[in-house]
Write a protein that binds this ligand. Structure first.
Ligand SMILES: [Zn+2]
Length: 617
């Protein structure tokens, strides 16, 4: 005000301010010459309070007290007031009061301003910073607060006329209060949230009802063939359920529903815990659902990609298994796998698999395998890189496999032998390698036999020891981490797996742990006598989600704290979703688009038909 020489202005020098509190709005106004200072209460709080309405009301109060032909300057700290009034200055007919919340006051202000223009007087609105000691503004601020306390009746209470707008009560989470408002963004969000929460409660209620039924009967029927569930037998656990009832926790319905469904998730089950597998997935807590929400809201992600994630979340992505359930596909078997078989390519498991969303994202589907492996590597390298760079990571850990892959053979020659023997240079001693293989042989042969049995569906497959040894030395865990101080070596095994079923985490964790038993057996034979320890740390991520608690635990092994851990998981979650989308893009191209990947697989010079094979073929 001072800089603008407003204090020496020849007309009225004034300031207005608004104040908003719980269920009331007030306006304050001051004149530099102290002639007409005062407060007003601004009404219609039944339709919700807003600071903008209070500010606009305060300016109206000043205009009302100023004769139209006298010059006026007003200081305000309200951005809203300047914007709302500014929109009408020199307007060309586009501005309208139709959708303005405070049209009643604004209409008055505009009429006043028009009258002032007609009277050839000057009107200025000056934006000042709030609470910076500008004396006029401070004075108006105090009076505005006083305005909120005024009686609702009387001449100092204004703008009370209700509109025909519907008023919605809603719960405000920040202030933990029930509030009222018209159909604004705040109310819309509250409504959305409330609807989502009631849907969630409803699903959990279904789960709790199922749980109760389980007290008297056992479940065995698989109602949803779309998901590949492990072949667990349902066990009766009625006694432990009665124990849970004895806790009396059922008095609080919402908490109880949550508790029993959580306990069910940990049990093997063939039918969904809640209403559907999809509802199971979406009601599972602690799995970084926020990342999915952020991704779906992200405008830089193409809408087709966002739609695809919605489709997979809702379990309606039109893969073969789903099409079959809709009666639009003869057998639900993966068409890509069928194509491979037609071309005489070997299939994992010996025959085409069901075309589920889990299948088409895994390397089991041979045509999708390059993309699936790529997704796995991208996600793992992201995590490993973030782990090694985390502020809280213990610097003793050396992530030697960062950005690369190290086979067992290479690891033994470059790190294991020199480290455990305390050597400066890498020398491969054949003694070491022989001893390692001797210790690992049995486990390695067993593992290969088991795999061959499954693949060839034969009881006693032929397994060549030299071949097994060769692939043993070539085997590559995802990561190697070394701690020279505590003499520890950790093998990281990352799994990116279908997260439709509840038990995905434990199941895959076990697979990852078992996967490197031969390596552990081999290396431990030498390491233990040299004072070193070797361990596998499985890291299991869902295709769309991450289990926070378990991951944070794993990260803590490397000294990584909760805050860093959550940041790492957030980034992993985002990468998972990006890769999830890439895999579906690849599936789409392979199924309907030019089959360039197919040509790559077969080599150049071979033409491939791009249409789908006839149905049922
Ligand atoms: Zn397939």
């Amino acid at each position: 005000m001072g800089l603008l020489r407003a204090y020496w202005f020849t007309g009225h020098v004034t300031a207005s301010d608004g104040s908003v509190g719980t269920g009331s709005m007030g306006a304050g106004f001051v004149w530099l010459d102290r002639s007409k200072c005062g407060s007003e209460r601004i009404g219609r709080e039944e339709e919700g309070t807003s600071s903008g309405r209070a500010e606009i009301g305060a300016y109206a109060a000043i205009l009302r007290r100023t004769p139209d032909h006298e010059d006026l300057v007003t200081a305000t700290d309200s951005e809203v007031l300047c914007r709302v009034v500014g929109r009408w200055v020199g307007q060309g007919g586009k501005a309208s009061l139709a959708n303005t919340a405070d049209a009643d006051i604004l209409e008055y202000i505009l009429a006043k301003l028009a009258a002032r223009i007609a009277a050839k007087s000057r009107t200025f609105l000056v934006k000042v910073k709030a609470h910076r000691g500008e004396p006029l503004n401070e004075g108006a601020d105090d009076l505005a607060e006083a305005g909120r306390e005024l009686e609702k009746e009387g001449e100092n209470s204004r703008w009370q006329d209700r509109t025909t707008r519907v008023v919605y009560p809603y719960y405000d989470r920040t202030s933990r209060q029930w509030k009222k408002g018209t159909w604004t963004k705040t109310v819309r969000n509250a409504a959305r949230r409330g609807a989502a929460e009631s849907l969630m409660e409803e699903r959990l209620q279904i789960g709790a009802n199922k749980w109760r039924k389980g007290l008297f009967e056992t479940r065995s029927r698989d109602t949803d063939g779309d998901q590949q569930m492990l072949n667990h037998n349902w066990r009766s656990d009625a006694p432990s359920k009665w124990d849970m009832i004895a806790t009396g926790k059922w008095i609080q319905k919402a908490a109880w529903n949550r508790w029993v469904t959580e306990s069910e998730r940990d049990q093997p089950h063939k039918t969904p815990i809640t209403s559907t597998w999809t509802a199971d997935f979406l009601t599972r807590e602690g799995e970084g659902r926020k990342t999915i929400g952020d991704w779906l809201r992200d405008k830089t992600v193409p809408w087709k990609a966002r739609r695809r994630l919605l489709q997979t979340n809702a379990g309606v992505f039109p893969c073969e298994a789903r099409l079959q359930r809709w009666g639009r596909h003869p057998d639900g078997i993966c068409e890509l796998c069928k194509r491979c078989r037609e071309m005489g390519l070997k299939l994992l498991g010996g025959r085409p698999a069901r075309g589920t969303t889990g299948h088409l994202q895994s390397s089991v589907c041979r045509l999708q395998a390059p993309a699936a492996t790529g997704a796995h590597n991208t996600c793992f390298q992201r995590v490993q890189d973030d782990m090694s760079k985390a502020k809280s990571v213990c610097r003793d850990w050396e992530f030697v496999s960062k950005g690369t892959e190290i086979s067992l053979g290479k690891f033994v020659s470059e790190y294991f032998t020199p480290l455990t023997l305390g050597l400066q240079t890498g020398v491969v001693s054949t003694e070491d390698t022989d001893e390692i293989w001797d210790a690992a042989k049995e486990e390695a042969m067993e593992k290969t036999k088991g795999r061959e049995t499954r693949r060839a569906r034969a009881d006693s497959p032929m397994v060549d020891e030299t071949e097994v040894e060769k692939s043993f030395w070539l085997s590559r865990p995802d990561g190697w981490v070394i701690n020279r101080v505590t003499k520890k070596i950790i093998l990281l095994e990352f799994k990116r797996t279908s997260d439709c079923g509840e038990s995905y985490f434990q199941d895959m964790w076990r697979v990852a742990e078992q996967q490197h038993v031969p390596i552990l057996a081999g290396l431990r034979a030498l390491a233990e006598e040299r004072g070193w320890e070797i361990e596998v740390v499985p890291m299991v991520a869902g295709q769309r989600s991450v289990r926070e608690k378990e991951w944070l635990e794993a990260l803590r092994l490397f000294g990584i704290g909760k805050e860093d851990g959550q940041r790492i998981l957030g980034r992993l979650g985002r990468t998972l979703l990006d890769e999830h989308e890439k895999l579906f893009g690849s599936y789409w191209r392979l199924t309907f688009g030019p089959s360039s990947s197919m040509q790559q697989l077969l080599g150049k010079g071979i033409s491939v038909r791009t249409s789908r094979p006839p149905q049922g073929g």
